[in-house]
Design a protein around this ligand. Structure first.
Ligand SMILES: C[S@@+](CC[C@H](N)C(=O)[O-])C[C@H]1O[C@@H](n2cnc3c(N)ncnc32)[C@H](O)[C@@H]1O
Length: 405
């Protein structure tokens, strides 16, 4: 592959903003792509993919460049050119004769690659704390999971059954030269067969589908909603799962979508409009009274709690560099508070789903066991499911359905 200087320069600029200015990778890439309307689809793909891959393989690439990895390392632009050059060598690209790449020797890089294979946290490009917690919690499964979490994520969409059927959508997309395949046991999921910016599709703008991983789509189904029910989605965020619930309920009954961040609920409302979801009411949680007022009111309750997000590292490779172990410890406390306090909103006989996009049992199974023992027999566990990134090829998720007796 031939490298183009202006595209590599754009990748270097993006990396500078991510690692020096500490901005979020997705926002940085979005802005950089907007900055030059002359770039075609291939150029854009080159910039986005190379930036994401260098972020993903950051620790490994520093090792290959003989730079010590620490939190406090702020790369210079000269370093970033070399890091991108070494990344390209690892892809077997022949480097052009640019001054920025002087001092890079492919033979040396390949020797360092062999050396890197002996140290898992370097070869899998993860911080020390993550390798330790992964090994501690997942034991022999950790190696396969972290390998899977380092692959690039497939693009999965959910057909919005309020507006179309999966088959009709699949045919429409095919007519626009966007082939997709179905996912076994996830009837509304379609996986794109080629990487592209699906947000610009008119079918997206018309609300025929949402981007939602196949694992995430199983959470809505797990809640076993029915059309006339009163459902609370207590950590609704921008509504990925709320919209799915609205479709499963055929726009009937009522969903109260709650969150502690108003801007997310505003985004949810925009998405609901596009999807023609009409049974959703949003409610900001700005005090404990909001929860109290809804005591024993829900037939179904979804607790899609805030978590480490370690199950979705494929999609957010920069999260592993930004996160710290104390964040994971703190978020577990929030999960327990949510379980303890929000479960009061469920009616007797009602069912709730506790879900995380984490691979860690301490955020998932162990939290549910803790809750069951705290409730002293008032709740029973009906079903639990862990979706492994290694086994499924999709995001890592945990979900448990419980019933209030
Ligand atoms: C995993 S995300 C939810 C994703 C969302 N359900 C979806 O499918 O798109 C967790 C959400 O919980 C919210 N959150 C954090 N603390 C909360 C709390 N104490 N009560 C309710 N929501 C909270 C966050 O703002 C975030 O939107």
């Amino acid at each position: 592959m031939r490298l183009h200087r202006n595209l590599v320069a754009a990748v270097v600029e993006a990396l500078h903003q991510i690692f020096v200015e500490k901005k979020y990778a997705d926002k940085v890439i979005e802005k950089i792509l907007q900055s030059n309307p002359k770039w075609g689809a291939r150029d854009r793909a080159f910039i986005a993919e190379n930036t994401y891959e260098v972020v993903r393989w950051w620790r490994w690439l520093l090792f290959l460049n003989e730079i010590e990895y620490t939190d406090a390392y702020f790369p210079t632009r000269e370093d970033l050119w070399k890091i991108v050059g070494v990344w390209q060598i690892s892809l077997q690209t022949q480097l052009p004769d640019w001054q920025e790449f002087t001092g890079i020797y492919p033979k040396k890089v390949f020797q360092k690659i062999e050396e890197s294979k002996k140290i898992r946290k370097v070869f899998q490009s993860i911080p020390d704390w993550l390798d330790e917690i992964g090994e501690k919690e997942l034991g022999k499964f950790w190696e396969k999971e972290i390998y899977a979490l380092n692959q690039s994520a497939p693009v999965v969409i959910r057909a919005n059954t309020l507006k179309t059927t999966p088959l009709r959508l699949q045919n429409l997309l095919l007519q626009s030269d966007i082939p997709t395949v179905e996912v076994k046991n996830v009837p509304t999921a379609l996986v794109l067969q080629k990487r592209m910016n699906i947000f610009s599709s008119p079918h997206f703008k018309n609300g025929l589908f949402e981007i939602q991983d196949a694992s995430s789509q199983q959470v809505g189904t797990m809640l076993e909603v029915e059309p006339a029910m009163r459902v609370i989605d207590a950590c609704a965020g921008a509504g990925g799962k709320t919209l799915h619930l609205a479709a499963l309920m055929e726009n009937k009954g009522k969903i109260i979508a709650m969150d502690v961040e108003q801007w997310k609920l505003d985004e949810l409302q925009k998405r609901a409009k596009r999807a023609n979801a009409q049974n959703i009411e949003t409610k900001l949680i700005d005090s404990s009274k909001v929860i109290k007022r809804l005591e024993a009111s829900a037939d179904r309750l979804l607790l899609d709690v805030p978590c480490s997000g370690l199950g979705v590292l494929k999609r957010n490779p920069d999260a592993k560099w930004k996160m710290q172990l104390n964040f994971v410890e703190n978020i577990k406390k929030t999960q327990r508070e949510i379980l303890q306090n929000y479960s009061s909103m469920l009616k007797k006989g009602g069912k709730m789903v506790y879900a995380t996009c984490s691979i860690l049992p301490s955020e998932s199974e162990e939290q549910v066991r803790w809750f069951l023992s705290e409730q002293k027999g008032d709740f029973e566990l009906l079903e639990e499911k862990r979706i492994s990134p290694a086994q499924s090829g999709f995001d890592g998720f945990y979900m448990a359905r419980l019933r209030k007796k």
